[in-house]
Structures are given as structure tokens and as C-alpha cells.
Design a protein around this ligand. Structure first.
Ligand code: AMP
Ligand code: GLY
Length: 431
């Protein structure tokens, strides 16, 4: 099978690495990919994965490439091409592709859509309102005593969510999003949720239109600095499984979320085939959904795919084909920890082009894989090329063992101004 993967981050490196192990994969490309992806080889025949210089949002060029190379199966990593309708476009041209279609991508692309859907189908979520009118929005924040979260409706590059502690902050947030349009057109409508206290975990489920298969739990670390301080980032590290939701609680949460979700999709005529990634707050009144993403998480993918024992080509094919019910997801009992190494300054301004050394020494540590995110090759050397640079991922017999190896691997790697958190998975160790 000839496979094309779309995207260039750590998530896509993990997808390529896992797909490349499948005996079904005979040739593979990644658009646009990164320096680590370009080093992967197929398990079946040793062929190198080829990076293609086409942006993940350049739909016409991606289509032309897939047609020219007679790609059998395309796998989409990031949310933007999904929201632009890449799945619908490829399918219209008779090409097989994995990821949600444009209608299903609304769950991530519109927070108003998701909130209304959750309320209509009884999915546990925060008390909330959706607004297009500034005055009504401010009135609603007052009913929550100003302790709330104001969210711009549309995609805002992971931003567009403002946490408020009192009414003055809430009114400022509403003005920023709806009046000053700090996040552009995404802020014409807002969702305002009550502020929920608790522990946040990531859930993932693979869906095929009627069946949804839940993954084990994982937890991301969104803030830039240790002890969850500093600015919000795309994610500074993950681990799986999380001790905060045991197997019984996970099964119960899946039942309360996935069953109404899939039923609602069928009722609304949404053919949800792809990945559903609910962000969940574990509150004292039970788990509540904060938001839905319609793609794999980054860096959740790195810890999930190092634990997944199934053939990923077969699973994604089943998700696209509607035959997931026949498959049982198999997970390694080992724990996985991913530590993100970022460029100094991220998520603010940072320099690029710093030479990275020590990757080979890190990769030979037991059960360790260094996934690349923002990297490139320059004059034969691997250099930094983004905010999040590497996802250093290790398996161990438990979280403590996995964490120790992951940090030993991090210590092997050097680049100027490298920044990483020193407490990934630490929360899970004190339970
Ligand atoms: P979202 O993009 O909707 O997941 O929001 C980004 C982050 O804001 C989440 O990962 C949470 O840490 C936080 N957040 C979102 N909604 C709430 C809420 N209702 N209560 C508390 N924190 C929230
Ligand atoms: N791990 C955060 C995200 O993928 O949105």
C-alpha cells in the first residue's frame, strides 16, 4: 500500500513511525514532514520515507501529488486541512483518506457547535451559554460571578480561550474577543463556560461512523514551565496511562460520552470517521467535557503510538471503511512518557537553525524514540526549525521507570537554548 501522511509535527512523526512498521506499507511520503520523518524506513522493504515539499493546507497540490503517485491511502495529522475539507476533496476524486470530513471537523472548528451538540445529546459538560451579542454575553458572565472561561468560536491556533476570575476580567475578555477581535473572525461568537476545577486528562477514541473505540488515558502538560506555571503552549509533555481515571471510571466515562456522541452524529447526519479527542476535566461532580478536538493530540500521539500493539494501517483503514467493530485495540502494559524539548522563548519568539547533537545516543537507550517536531536538515546537520523541537519518548515498566529513561535521553541531547519541563508525569507519581 502506498501511503501519504500530511503534517510536519511530532504527532506526524509518530504516525509515520508506526505506519512504517506495518507490512501493508510498501512506499510512504510525508508532506511536508521534518528531518526525523525523513530518516524513517519501512519495516517491510527498507525503503526510505520521502518528505515532499507541499504545505499541509495546500489542498490542490496535495491532491495532484496523491493522484500522480497513485497513493492508496492518505492519513491527515493536523486540524486545519480537515477543516478545509481535504477528506471531502480526496473522496470526491475516489481517493481513500483517513481523518474527519468537513462536517465532522466542526466539532473542533466551532466551539459553539460543540457546546450546543453536547447540551442537545446530554454529554456531560460545563454549564455554558453561547452568544453573538456582547451585552447578553456579559450578563451571562455575571450569573457565574465572573468565574468563567470565555472561548472564541472558531479555530484560533490553540489560543482564543480566556480564563477569568471575576466580572471585570470576564467583561474585558468578552470585549477582547468580540469587540477588539483579538482572535479575528473566530470571535464573532463565543462560548462562555463556568470555570471548572479539577484534574484535566486527554481522552482519544477512534471512530468509524458508528463504532467508537476508546484509548487508555493520557495527560498533557500545557503550561511552559514546571508546576504548571508560565504561558499556555501546544503541549510540553505527556504520559500514559494516567492514574486519575481507573479502568472502570474510563469505561463509564466512555459510555457517558461516546454513546451519546455517536448517536448524536447519526441523528445529525454527521459521518464521524476519524479520531475524537475530548478534553476532560475530572471534577468532584464527575468528568465534564471542556472541548472536542477532531484529530490526534500532539504530544498525546507520541505516548499512545509507542504503547499501541495493533497494526496502525489496519486500524486507520478500518476507521475509514466502517469496519472498526471487528478490531480490538491492544495496548502494551508498559507506561510511556514524552518530554518535549522546545526552543528557548517558546511559546513566544524563538530563534531557529540551532544545531542539534546527541540524537543517536538518546535513541539507543532502552525503549526510547526521539520524535522530531520542528526540525530541518541544513548543510547535512539536523537543526531546530520550530517552537516544539523534539518529543523524547520512553517506555518503562511503570511511569517512574519510563520517566527516568525519558529524562536520561533528554540529557543526551543538546542545542542552544533548549527548554524542557523537568516535571513531566511527576503529578502521577504522587497519587
Ligand atoms: P480548550 O481549548 O477549550 O480545551 O481550552 C484550553 C484550556 O483552557 C483547557 O485545556 C483547560 O486547561 C482550560 N479550560 C477550558 N475550559 C475550561 C473550563 N470550563 N474550566 C476550567 N478550565 C478550562
Ligand atoms: N495536546 C494538545 C493538543 O493536541 O491540542
Amino acid at each position: 500500500m502506498k501511503i501519504l501522511v500530511i503534517g510536519s509535527g511530532g504527532r506526524e512523526h509518530a504516525l509515520v513511525w508506526k505506519l512504517a512498521q506495518s507490512p501493508h506499507a510498501t512506499q510512504m511520503w510525508c508532506a511536508p514532514g521534518n528531518a526525523g520523518i525523513a530518516q524513517e524506513r519501512l519495516g517491510k522493504n527498507g525503503t526510505a520515507v520521502e518528505c515532499v515539499n507541499i504545505g499541509a493546507e495546500d489542498l490542490p497540490k496535495l491532491l495532484a501529488f496523491a493522484q500522480e503517485k497513485r497513493v492508496d491511502f492518505t492519513v491527515v495529522g493536523p486540524d486545519n486541512p480537515l477543516a478545509l475539507g481535504i477528506v471531502d476533496l480526496f473522496q470526491k476524486h475516489g481517493l481513500k483518506i483517513w481523518g474527519v470530513n468537513q462536517k465532522a471537523s466542526q466539532f473542533e472548528a466551532s466551539k459553539v457547535f460543540s457546546q450546543k451538540f453536547m447540551e442537545k445529546y446530554g454529554i456531560p459538560t460545563a454549564a455554558a451559554g453561547t452568544f453573538s451579542d456582547v451585552v447578553a454575553a456579559k450578563k451571562f458572565t455575571a450569573t457565574l460571578g465572573g468565574k468563567c472561561v470565555v472561548k472564541a468560536d472558531g479555530l484560533a491556533l490553540g489560543k482564543g480561550v480566556l480564563i477569568c476570575h471575576n466580572q471585570a476580567e470576564a467583561e474585558k475578555a468578552v470585549d477582547e474577543i468580540m469587540v477588539s477581535k483579538a482572535f479575528g473572525a473566530a470571535g464573532a461568537n463565543v462560548v462562555i463556560q463556568e470555570f471548572l476545577e479539577g484534574i484535566e486528562v486527554s481522552l482519544h477514541a477512534l471512530c468509524d461512523g458508528t463504532t467508537a473505540k476508546i484509548f487508555p488515558t493520557s495527560q498533557d502538560h500545557k503550561r511552559a514551565l514546571d508546576n504548571d506555571e508560565g504561558l499556555n503552549t501546544g503541549g510540553m509533555g505527556t504520559y500514559s496511562p494516567s492514574p486519575f481515571l481507573n479502568d472502570t471510571q474510563l469505561a463509564e466515562t466512555a459510555r457517558r460520552v461516546l454513546e451519546p456522541f455517536m448517536r448524536g452524529c447519526v441523528t445529525e447526519g454527521i459521518d464521524y470517521r476519524g479520531l475524537l479527542y475530548p478534553g476532560v476535566m475530572l471534577t468532584k461532580n464527575g468528568p465534564k467535557i471542556l472541548e472536542f478536538n477532531a484529530r490526534f493530540g500532539d504530544p498525546e500521539t507520541q505516548v499512545y503510538l509507542t504503547r499501541l500493539e495493533n497494526d496502525l494501517v489496519e486500524l486507520l483503514d478500518a476507521s475509514a471503511s466502517g469496519t472498526l467493530a471487528k478490531h480490538k485495540l491492544q495496548w502494551s502494559p508498559l507506561a510511556s512518557v514524552c518530554v518535549v524539548m522546545a526552543s528557548g522563548g517558546y511559546p513566544g519568539n524563538y530563534a531557529k537553525g540551532k544545531v542539534i547533537t546527541g540524537l543517536d545516543a538518546a535513541n539507543v537507550l532502552p525503549h526510547t524514540k526521539v520524535f522530531h517536531a520542528g526540525t530541518a536538515i541544513k548543510d547535512g546537520q539536523i537543526v531546530t526549525n520550530g517552537g516544539r523541537v523534539l518529543g523524547v519518548t520512553s517506555l518503562g515498566k511503570d511511569l517512574r521507570a519510563a520517566q527516568a529513561v525519558a529524562y536520561a535521553a533528554v540529557e543526551c541531547i543538546q542545542f542552544d537554548d533548549a527548554h524542557f519541563r523537568c516535571d513531566i508525569a511527576a503529578k502521577a507519581l504522587v497519587v
